[in-house]
Design a protein around this ligand. Structure first.
Ligand code: NCD
Ligand code: ZN
Length: 332
């Protein structure tokens, strides 16, 4: 197969940031995707409907003439039922960050018990819960240690849709088949790299993200689930741009910038494993079914021709910068 059309590709976990960074990165996602789930972890988190609508307008403005749907999320805090009823039609879900676990999450949740009432409202109103599932334990154990919390949520709120965001472990893949109400997103980098690529040789700050990439057996489990387009797994890039001076320094910020290269790299990866026929489900159909959404029709053509990944997009260095890959997205 030398060309491939993906209908309405979706990125189910995306950081678009604000101001100049938003203007730089929003058009890059909008050029290749029909829509994306927009993360609310701005410096001042999106934790009210007012802030959300303002941010949505800024995104639409930054996209320009492209057709692209920003599926908005609220930053989890304790919400009243009334607040949630009013917000429901404007959001695809609510994103929960344990306090202090990643970029701009200082005001995240410190007690799940306190959050119970909000989970109950969300369950009743059928608002999905998106979770950054890490403890503050040893870095390689953080996701596995959090799996008990996912199980607690799934058991206590059986009608709440729970999305494990950016899973990185074999254990998390296994959890998908244990609870009907648990789903997951997986990033591009976690299908391709392990901790060795980050820290095994010269340190690679542009591959550093949260959760950190783990063991070869973890990558293998994630990859196998993606290649069969496991129906409970969706593509979510977690593309998280930081300016180069925040990556190439002591105290490197967490986040890998993958959005502009994701579809081409995924095509190369699925082609290598003879699984191109599963790409449509992995980057769109599964998400449509899980979230019950119908994205705008938008065909993206991908072809088998070399794509030299740019060294930078503005002041941001993308994933696999400077590398040549064998698939590219056709530009119009
Ligand atoms: C994200 C960011 O920079 O906002 N960073 C990351 O490493 N993935 C936050 C997040 O999703 O954890
Ligand atoms: Zn993220």
């Amino acid at each position: 197969m030398n060309t491939l059309i993906i209908q309405s590709p979706l990125d189910m976990h995306l950081h678009l940031r604000e101001a100049e960074m938003l203007k730089l990165v929003a058009p890059l996602s909008a050029a290749q995707f029909a829509g994306a789930v927009i993360m609310p972890n701005l410096i001042d988190p999106i934790d009210s409907l007012d802030k959300l609508l303002t941010y949505r307008d800024q995104i639409i403005h930054a996209i320009g003439s492209e057709t692209f749907t920003p599926y908005m999320t609220l930053f989890f805090r304790e919400y009243s039922k009334n607040e949630l009823e009013t917000a429901k039609e404007h959001i695809i879900g609510i994103k929960l960050y344990p306090a202090g676990i990643t970029t701009n999450s200082e005001s995240g949740v410190s007690s799940l018990d306190q959050a119970r009432t909000t989970f109950e409202f969300m369950q009743e109103l059928q608002i999905p819960l998106l979770v950054h599932g890490e403890t503050n334990g040893f870095v390689l154990d953080r996701e596995s240690e959090f799996l008990g919390t996912y199980a607690w949520l799934a058991e206590n709120f059986p009608d709440l849709k729970i999305i494990m965001e950016h899973i990185t472990t074999r254990d998390a893949v296994e959890l998908l088949d244990q609870y009907e109400n648990i789903f997951a997103t997986v990033t591009l980098q976690h299908l391709l790299i392990t901790l060795d690529d980050i820290a095994g040789g010269l340190l690679s700050p542009h591959l550093f993200c949260k959760p950190i990439a783990k063991f070869p057996h973890d990558r293998e489990a994630l990859l196998q689930a993606a290649l069969i387009a496991h129906p409970k797994l969706m593509f979510g890039s977690d593309s998280a741009p930081h300016p180069v001076h925040k990556k190439e320094c002591a105290g490197c910020a967490a986040g890998v910038f993958t959005a502009p290269v994701a579809l081409a790299v995924l095509a190369e990866l699925f082609d290598k494993h003879n699984a191109l026929d599963k790409l449509q489900a992995f980057v769109s159909d599964n998400a449509q079914k899980i979230y019950n959404i119908s994205p705008i029709p938008k065909n993206i053509e991908i072809e088998k021709s070399d794509f030299i990944i740019p060294d930078n997009y503005g002041n941001v260095v993308p994933f696999m910068a400077g590398k040549t890959i064998s698939w590219s997205v056709k530009e119009f």
